[in-house]
Every structure is written in C-alpha cells, then in structure tokens.
Design a protein around this ligand. Structure first.
Ligand SMILES: *Cc1c(COP(=O)(O)O)cnc(C)c1O
Length: 486
C-alpha cells in the first residue's frame, strides 16, 4: 500500500515512512492510493475474532511494509484487557470496546460503544497506545531516536505521555498552560515519573504553548539536529488504528453482514469520524455517519450547507465539552479529497483558499467553488449540534432512565444520535471519555461526583514532576538540548 498527499505532491510513500512524520511536503495530508476492500464473506469470518486479531486484519492491509508477524505481535501487546482495564461494572473486559444497549423503541435501538477504558480514560488511547508500540518498533529497527514536542490543554498530551512512557528511543516534551488544566488532568500528566517524559508548565495560555511548538518546529536546523517530531491528530497511523473499532462495533451489533448500522461520533478535528468514513469505504455496511458537534459547529455548518468556514480564535467558544472546541477540523481534508473523487489539484486550491480567505463553498450556488455538496449524502454523512443545556439535560436523562453516567462529549453524541434514529438500523454512539474527566459538569448536572475507576481515587495527591517556564522559545530550546544531549 502506498500513500500520497491530498494536495498532489508526486512522491509516493510507504506506511513506515509516514509513521513518524506529520504533513506531506506540500502541506497536504497523507491518504492511501486506494482503500482496501473487505468482502462480505471476509467480514463474516471476522465475527469471532478478538479485538487484537481484528486490528491485525485491518492493519496488515495498510502497513504492508511491516512483516505480518511483527504487526501481530504489536497489536497483541497493545489491545489487552490489562491496558484497557478501566471498564465499568458489567462490561466484558475481553471485548476492549464493549457495546452497551442504552434504549430501544419502535424498531430503533441506541447503543454506546465504550472507547475510554484505556489509561487516560479517553478514546485517544485506542490509537495512541498502538502508536507508542509502533514508534518504539520502527525506531529500534532503524537505530533511530525521536523527541516528541507537543502542546496540550488536556486529552491529547496525556494520551501521548501514557503511550510513550518508558519506550526506548522516544522522549516526550509536553507543554501545557500552567495552572489552567483541571486538577484531574494535571495530576494525570504530572504524576508520571518516567525519565523519558518531560512536563513543562508554561506561564501563559494554551495558544502560547502552541506558538512555542510552532516556533521551535520552524527552526529547521534545530528540528533536524534534535530529531523533533509530533503526534497530532493528522497522523495517519492514529486514523488507521481508529478504523478497527468501527469493525468491532459493527460485528458486535449485528448477527449477519446483510445488516447495517449507523455511528454517531462526538467530533472536533474529524479524526475519529474520518476513521468511520474509511471503514465505510472499505465496505463496512454503515448506513449513516452522524457528526455531532458542540457550540463550535464548523462541521455541522458544512454538512448542513456545503459551506466550510473556519473560525477565528475570538469565535471559538470554551465549552463544557472542551476536546471538541476547535476552530477548524484538521482531518477534514481527507474526506474532502474523497468527496472530490481524488482531484488533488482542486483539494489544494480549496485548502489554499482556507488559508487566504478562511473557507470554501461547495454548495453549487452561483459563485461557489463547486457543487459536490450534493454528493455528501452518498457517503452517509449527516450532522447535528448540541449545547451546554443539551449536555446537562442528556446527562440527567441518561442517568435517571438508565443509571449510566456519561461524559459531556458522549452526551453531545447521544443528543444528536436521537435525532437520527432509523427503524431496523442500530445506532452506535461512540463514548469518547469517562465522566470523571469532566466532573465539574457532572456535578452541575447531577449534583454529585462522577464515579472514578479503581486506582484513580487519590490521583491528585500523588507526587508531581514538572517544570515551570516562561513562554520563552530560546529557553525551551536550551531545555530540550540539555536533556537530549544532541
Ligand atoms: C479528541 C476528542 C474528541 C474529538 O475527536 P476528533 O477526532 O478530534 O474529532 C471528542 N471527545 C473527546 C473526549 C476527545 O478527547
């Protein structure tokens, strides 16, 4: 399997070559030259597979330059009940991403797929844990090392640290805004004592952290010498790892491959639902892919109107589902490439327009950039939006009727999923975090604290290891160089 840029760069690359990188040289995203197809008979034969074996079947079709025996060992090490151990009472830990029937009525049914049983209690662990093992494997094979530099306001940074801790050949330098994360998130990251993990609390806001990462990465000499890399949501291997749980959810919700299911995905950067789109392109019988947004509705607007208009910082709201607070959706370009039938020249023009004019218009109206919005339905995409009041109401309703506490992002998903139910087609909402991560809103909704998985009870009182620094680019460069010795 070869990979190319969504913006038409002539180079073709293998999976291992794009694993450690970010954007393609022309600023595009990497996509496979074609999607591997899974036949109905193959799909049926996967029904009894464990999660790890299913991951092997999906991954070996994309990572064709890694020996199959090695892929098998990597997924077997990653997808275990020991790694994904934070399941709720009554869930089967062997399933890794267990399905739970929430409600059914008049031929419709609503299921929740738990993706948040990993070490940081959010779905990002599903891909990041594999990435950690893949990085260690390829770096060791090449005798190379990598220093990951990132900025985080919560979920991504902790998932990256828990994936890379103790891994040979990898160091993590993670910048976060000093005293601006929740006590729980701070404790999760700063309590790590692994010598290859460096937490740097910056006296500033998240944007200051991100600006520092950009400034360091723009110094190409420093970046090359210090072997700086990133693990952001556009990483292709992360997207592929997420494809697996769509297959798992489908197989768990059906008994025959003549059936269809739909998925609702609480969305921000479009990475999670992009994996659903890829599963569908591979032949998984998905009826609808429902994009659920919060008040930051740039994606909902596109799927309603065909107009993609990124937001300014001042128009980006801080909400109670903060991991979906985005101004633009960094993985969206991958879907647009398919929507335009792989016309990379036009993708390049549209996303240049995003940079220069803040968006594009595929509505087909006079003066628009194209009429492909009429084709969106062929890909199963629909959307909906949920607000703070909707979250509170949904969290209360699900708790009152089913005794289940859901987090704020999953609540956005349940709210929107209920607007798109179809008779005879199970609707699966992806649970993207456990409620204890967003306890403030749980208290507001229910007047009590969220349950905490075992082992997390006193996380705030564990010893913390971190450095406080001013937002000073020269100082962070010095700090990194001193620790890498490069
Ligand atoms: C990252 C995240 C999301 C959004 O996922 P995308 O892949 O960016 O669309 C939703 N919920 C939670 C809890 C997250 O951490």
């Amino acid at each position: 399997m070869q990979y190319l840029s969504t913006r038409g760069h002539p180079a073709r690359s293998q999976f291992s070559e794009i694993l450690l990188g970010g954007l393609a040289p022309d600023g595009g995203l990497y996509v496979p030259v074609s999607y591997p197809r899974v036949t109905e008979a193959e799909l049926d034969s996967w029904r009894e597979l464990s999660y790890a074996d299913l991951a092997f079947e999906v991954l070996r079709r994309f990572a064709t330059d890694i020996p199959e025996a090695d892929i098998k060992a990597l997924v077997a090490r990653t997808y275990t009940p020991e790694v994904y151990c934070n399941h709720r009472a009554g869930e089967d830990p062997a399933q890794i991403t267990p399905l739970r029937l929430l409600e059914h009525a008049e031929g419709t049914e609503l299921q929740i797929q738990a993706l948040s049983n990993g070490p940081t209690l959010a779905f990002k662990d599903m891909a990041m844990q594999l990435l950690g093992n893949l990085f260690e494997y390829t770096l060791y094979r090449e005798g190379a090392e990598l220093n990951i530099l990132g900025a985080t306001s919560g979920d991504t940074g902790s998932a990256a640290e828990y994936a890379m801790r103790g891994k040979r050949g990898v160091r993590v330098f993670m910048l976060s805004p000093y005293q601006k994360m929740s006590a729980f998130q701070t404790a999760q990251m700063f309590s790590l004592q692994d010598p290859n993990v460096f937490n740097i609390a910056i006296k500033g806001v998240f944007d200051d952290c991100q600006d520092m990462v950009k400034a360091v990465s723009n110094d190409l000499d420093f970046k090359a010498r210090q072997k700086i890399g990133t693990v952001n949501s556009i990483n292709w291997a992360r997207v592929v790892a997420q494809v697996v749980y769509y297959f798992k959810g489908y197989l768990a919700a059906t008994t025959s491959c003549s059936q269809k299911v739909s998925f609702t995905v609480p969305s921000g950067n479009f990475g999670n639902i992009c994996a659903g789109h890829i599963a569908r392109m591979m032949g998984l019988p998905i009826s609808k892919l429902v994009v659920a947004t919060n008040e930051n509705d740039v994606l909902h607007e596109f799927f309603q109107t065909g107009v993609y208009r990124v937001r300014q910082s001042a128009e980006t709201f801080h909400t109670s589902s903060p991991s979906m607070d985005i101004s633009k959706a960094s993985n969206f370009e991958r879907f647009v490439c398919d929507l335009l039938n792989g016309d990379t020249g036009r993708v390049r023009d549209l996303f240049r327009k995003v940079d220069t004019q803040g968006g594009f218009d595929l509505s087909g109206k006079p003066g628009s950039d194209g009429d492909e919005f009429t084709r969106v339905a062929n890909f199963g995409f629909v959307s909906g939006k949920s607000t703070h009041d909707d979250r509170l109401r949904t969290i209360r309703d699900v708790y009152a009727r089913h005794g289940l506490m859901i987090d704020t992002h999953t609540a956005d998903g349940v709210k929107v999923a209920r607007e798109h139910l179809e008779t005879g087609i199970p609707m699966i909402v992806l649970e993207t975090a456990l409620p204890t991560k967003f306890n403030e809103t749980i208290r507001e909704a229910l007047g009590k604290d969220a349950e905490r998985p075992r082992g997390f009870e006193n996380i705030e009182s564990l010893p913390q290891r971190f450095e406080v620094m001013a937002p000073d680019v020269a100082a962070i460069k010095r700090y990194i160089a001193e620790r890498t010795g490069l």
